[in-house]
Design a binder for this molecule. Structure first.
Ligand SMILES: O=P(O)(O)OC[C@H]1O[C@@H](O)[C@H](O)[C@@H](O)[C@@H]1O
Length: 300
């Protein structure tokens, strides 16, 4: 659908409009007095969120991101679904699933009672998705843009067979300096250390960064905090429906080797992901639905 039609059907005067974004992909632009946001219909992915009076974006978005059919946009919140990480069946399918690199559809927009603006995007099975993953589903994501940003990713099994998923809201947070950032709330939590051969470890104290970090925390608390000394702010992350948190920073070599990151971008990004991953696989029965949610707020 063209942006003109999208605006006629789903635009909200003085709050929400559709614009043509990079690569010709439609974007949802929200500005409602509480916050501003930019959401890409491609990938069903939020790219920018900035509360009123907050000088910096919540989210990191790479200046070298690709905006091309078949490629994921590096930054904001890419959606990993129906699997997180490498192809779980080893069939050579793309890492992190197949919805972060396709166009979603707009399902609805509305204003909430407290003046936030919400938009829902979705993907359903098609003959093309069936070739990749032979399941019948409806996936939707709702972004509610207010003083906080809330994200709900909902999986519905609309077929007659049970299926299993892993998933993640692969959020890239903007940070001032990775050397001066801490993740709070994980002390005592077990994790799988992907940069140390998948060893099981237990977090001691806060998480700090001085090398590549790729960890799957298997029983994290619902609330985590990114304490960012350089930007002088805290990001509160509250998760619902997920039993896994992923903490990832690519560090020097991976940043330099990724074509869609600047060499020094590892200093400015940190992924803390609300997920179901590793052993945390979710079975969805026919006719059933399950959701994960994340709520993000900035404190100064
Ligand atoms: O560059 P991508 O495909 O977005 O993935 C980046 C990273 O995503 C993280 O979630 C994984 O834990 C890492 O192992 C992975 O390298």
């Amino acid at each position: 659908m063209k942006t003109e039609q999208l605006n006629t059907q789903y635009g909200i005067a003085d709050q929400l409009q559709f614009i043509d974004g990079k690569g010709g992909f439609p974007n949802v632009e929200i500005s409602n007095g509480k916050a501003k946001a930019l959401i890409s219909v491609y990938g069903g992915q939020i790219l920018s969120y900035q509360p009123a009076n907050e000088p910096e974006d919540l989210l990191f978005l790479s200046t070298r991101a690709y905006y091309q059919q078949g490629k994921a946009i590096k930054g904001g919140t890419p959606i990993c679904w129906p699997w997180f990480g490498p192809d779980p069946e080893g069939l050579g399918r793309a890492s992190h699933g197949f919805v972060r690199n396709r166009l979603w559809t707009v399902m609805g927009t509305h204003t909430t009672e407290d003046g936030a603006t919400a938009v829902t995007l979705g993907v359903v099975n098609t003959p093309e998705t069936t070739e990749i993953w032979p399941q019948t589903f409806e996936l939707s994501i709702t972004y509610t843009v207010g003083e906080t940003l809330s994200i709900e990713l909902k999986t519905q099994n609309t077929g007659s067979q049970e299926f299993s998923i892993s998933q993640a809201l692969h959020t890239y947070f903007k940070i001032g300096d990775i050397n001066r950032v801490q993740v709070l709330g994980l002390n005592g939590s077990d994790y799988i250390d992907k940069v140390d051969g998948g060893q099981q470890k237990t977090q001691q104290g806060v998480v700090e960064f001085s090398e590549e970090c790729d960890r799957i925390y298997t029983e994290p608390p619902a609330k985590l905090i990114i304490d960012d000394a350089a930007l002088d702010r805290r990001i509160n992350i509250t998760s619902e429906g997920s039993k896994t948190a992923v903490v990832w920073n690519p560090w020097v070599e991976n940043s330099a080797s990724m074509g869609d990151l600047e060499d020094t971008d590892y200093q400015r990004l940190l992924c803390v992901e609300t997920a179901n991953a590793a052993q945390d696989i979710v079975n969805v029965l026919p006719g059933q639905a399950m959701s994960i949610k994340a709520h993000y707020s900035i404190e100064r």
